[in-house]
Design a protein around this ligand. Structure first.
Ligand SMILES: Cc1cc2nc3c(=O)[nH]c(=O)nc-3n(C[C@H](O)[C@H](O)[C@H](O)COP(=O)(O)OP(=O)(O)OC[C@H]3O[C@@H](n4cnc5c(N)ncnc54)[C@H](O)[C@@H]3O)c2cc1C
Length: 366
């Protein structure tokens, strides 16, 4: 087995998880290449929270100052009921909100874009004695790395190849998400993540300032009570225009200033914990290993934590890739199981509010 320092490592997917894994592997001395199916300027996405655990990892990467510059610190979460009354204020520490393209940009810069190959979509895996040793791309080329890390997201082709019996399940919640530019709302909210809870009516709405007068908003829809719109911006606009007049001013304003060509409908998916995060010599990280419900606000942060923990296991020493990958799984599975369980509870609180007397927070404890 080659030492990390002498290894050529292929990382599939240039999202938060793949780029942060690449960062620590580079620091350990490996030659890492990230293969991303999209073009460099096609990185999409709106924004997310970097929770304290994710912030800790970005600080260890030396990226805290840039995160502070590009994103916005979130000092508190305010929950509002359907009458517009504040019913919970929770302070937050070391939590940041940032757009996904900005966060990806920071990570890309930290590993050097010369180490990322864009428009390289993995389409097949070639095995030798039960170990995948070659990756095939849609452009017909192949690579033969010493180690493969797959960070190809929630609909991971790699996970489906390695664990064909484990599928994500669509849950009874959909989310409309969009980003707006509004100096006024940005000034009003400053560093506050505000969430309107109307689970009895089948929806919640959150607004998060993500920096530079931009705010991400989302509407969670209980699809057993409310018909969610289709993916077409006109349908999303119609849905939001009907909802807007009944909302408290801040939320109505966010919908009023939205350019609906930037609005998306996401079908939420959940999956049970995999029996392992590796097989056939490939390690899964981030959403590819453990899709989490958006209620947890842990998608990006747990991906960063995976990268950091993998680095810790490498530094501790190991005698085979099998041992390295198993130690990684054994160290991560407990915390991931907790996020999976917390996510289920937060979803249940939204879908069946009558069952619960306490008010949920829009994230689970890091
Ligand atoms: C386009 C996009 C937009 C998103 N927007 C948001 C958002 O606004 N808010 C939010 O909370 N979360 C968003 N997410 C999800 C969020 O980024 C992740 O939950 C979290 O950051 C964990 O990251 P990840 O790297 O594990 O997965 P992802 O961020 O999904 O990254 C996976 C990467 O792998 C690439 N990939 C997939 N298949 C292949 C293949 N076959 N070959 C090569 N590359 C491949 C994808 O293009 C992607 O860049 C978005 C994800 C994507 C892909």
């Amino acid at each position: 087995m080659k030492k990390i320092k002498e290894s050529n490592i292929a990382v599939i997917g240039g999202g938060i998880s793949g780029l942060s894994a690449a960062f620590f592997l580079q620091k350990a001395g490996a030659k890492v290449t990230v293969y991303e199916r999209e073009g460099k300027l096609k990185q999409q996405g709106l924004g997310f929270l970097i929770m304290p655990n994710g912030f800790r990892v970005m600080s260890r990467m030396g990226l805290a100052p840039k995160l502070q510059e590009e994103g916005t610190p979130i000092f508190k979460t305010v929950l509002i009921d359907e009458k517009g009354k504040v019913n919970t204020i929770q302070s937050m520490n070391s939590c940041y909100a940032i757009t996904r393209p900005s966060c990806i940009g920071l990570l890309e810069e930290s590993i050097g874009t010369e180490n990322i190959q864009y428009e390289k979509k993995i389409i097949d895996f070639h095995e030798n004695s039960g170990i995948v040793d070659q990756l095939e791309f849609s452009d017909g080329t192949m690579v033969k790395p010493d180690m493969i890390i797959a960070s190809d997201g929630i609909n991971s082709k790699t996970r489906n190849f390695l664990f064909p019996d484990h599928h994500t399940k669509v849950v009874k919640e959909k989310e409309i998400v969009s980003i707006i530019h509004s100096p006024l709302l940005s000034k009003m909210l400053k560093h506050t993540f505000v969430k309107l809870r109307c689970p009895e009516k089948g929806f919640n709405m959150g607004i998060i300032p993500v920096g530079k007068d931009e705010l991400v908003w989302y509407i969670q829809i209980n699809t057993t009570l409310v018909d969610a719109p289709g993916k077409n911006p006109v349908e999303i606009y119609d849905f939001c225009s009907q909802l807007a007049p009944s909302l408290p001013g801040l939320f109505k304003r966010a919908l009023d200033v939205t350019n609906y060509s930037n609005a998306y409908v996401w079908e939420m998916q959940a999956m049970e914990l995999l029996p392992s995060f590796h097989k056939k010599g490939i390690l899964l990280t981030g959403d590819a290993a453990h899709p989490l419900l958006s209620f947890t606000s842990q998608g990006a942060s747990s991906a960063l934590d995976d990268a950091w923990y993998f680095n810790e296991v490498i530094q501790a020493g190991y005698s085979s890739n099998e041992e390295l990958f198993s130690t990684f799984y054994n160290g991560r599975k407990k915390v991931i199981q907790q996020y999976l369980s917390d996510g289920k509870i937060l979803l249940d609180q939204f879908l069946f509010p009558g069952k619960y007397s306490t008010v949920d927070l829009p994230y689970c404890k890091p």
